[in-house]
Design a protein. Structure first.
Ligand SMILES: C[S@@+](CC[C@H](N)C(=O)[O-])C[C@H]1O[C@@H](n2cnc3c(N)ncnc32)[C@H](O)[C@@H]1O
Length: 253
């Protein structure tokens, strides 16, 4: 037997000169492949821990059921604090973080990330076409929260006051933009991700999404001339992201 066995081909190797790197697997293991201070922007959409609030899918009978369940991956307890050391390690001192979250998690994000960054704010995404509520017994889920955190020295790309509103208005993913095979219940619209990347990154910057789903952050990054590393634990979603980005890397979809 040779002393130096062949390397395990399933372990990816980070190459900063490669614009698009999609890694199927667990971000808890794969993040360590990224060097210290290598990432300009972490733009991600981790689990929300909402599954336990779900009342299940609603079947009105006259149309396909309204998808009220998030997904199996959302049942596992996601702890933002546990991810902080790796996010801080890979992020450049001038880098920043955008992370989609939900109302039940905002305090936990703030408790862990506010002390670790100079500034912690939120962005609100208002969905112009939220899923309907059949009974008029509460608000629609028409707003989604995005944590923003950065240090002094981070350069924003704002040129006018009106670009500095922490508010994005855009519809949820529909029609041709929706990945069908498999459908991801929380696929984010590229229009929203493009806005985040416009604000917080520059052409050539490295954008990381350790919870990439079907690769929406990657689609925005490719369309905008950023480099992208995406990680996804579910093999079917990871394969869908690879197909989506390999076949039309310059299209925003
Ligand atoms: C909210 S979804 C992201 C959806 C994505 N923004 C999109 O547009 O497709 C979160 C994703 O994180 C993945 N995930 C959960 N835990 C993970 C882990 N430890 N490593 C990598 N991916 C993980 C889930 O499988 C799920 O697809």
């Amino acid at each position: 037997m040779p002393d130096d066995p062949a390397p395990d081909r399933r372990v990816p190797v980070f190459d900063p000169s490669v614009a698009l790197q999609l890694w199927p697997g667990d971000a808890r293991e794969l993040l360590r492949l990224l060097p210290d201070s290598s990432v300009d922007l972490v733009c991600t959409d981790p689990p929300y821990n909402l599954a336990r609030y779900s009342t299940g899918n609603i079947d009105p009978g006259w149309r396909a059921p309204f998808n009220n369940d998030v997904a199996d991956w959302d049942a596992e307890a996601f702890d933002p604090a546990a991810w902080l050391p790796e996010i801080r390690r890979v992020l450049k001192p001038t880098g920043n973080l955008f992370a989609f979250t939900s109302y039940n998690m905002l305090g936990r994000w703030h408790d862990a990330y506010d002390p670790a960054f100079d500034t912690f704010q939120i962005v609100v995404w208002h969905k112009t076409n939220p899923p309907p509520k059949l009974r008029r017994a509460g608000f629609l889920n028409s707003c989604e929260l995005i944590v923003a955190a950065w240090d002094r020295g981070h350069a924003w790309n704002f040129s006018r006051q009106r670009e500095m509103h922490n508010f994005i208005e855009a519809p949820i993913c529909m029609g041709a933009e929706r990945v069908k095979d498999p459908r991801h219940p929380t696929q984010k619209p590229v229009a929203v991700l493009r806005r985040l990347l416009e604000w917080g990154s520059r052409p050539g910057d490295l954008v990381l999404d350790p919870f990439m789903g079907v690769g929406s952050t990657g689609a925005a990054a490719m369309a905008m001339g950023r480099r992208f590393v995406g990680i996804e634990i579910d093999p079917a979603y990871a394969a869908a992201a690879t197909r989506r980005l390999a076949t039309s890397p310059l299209e925003a979809r």
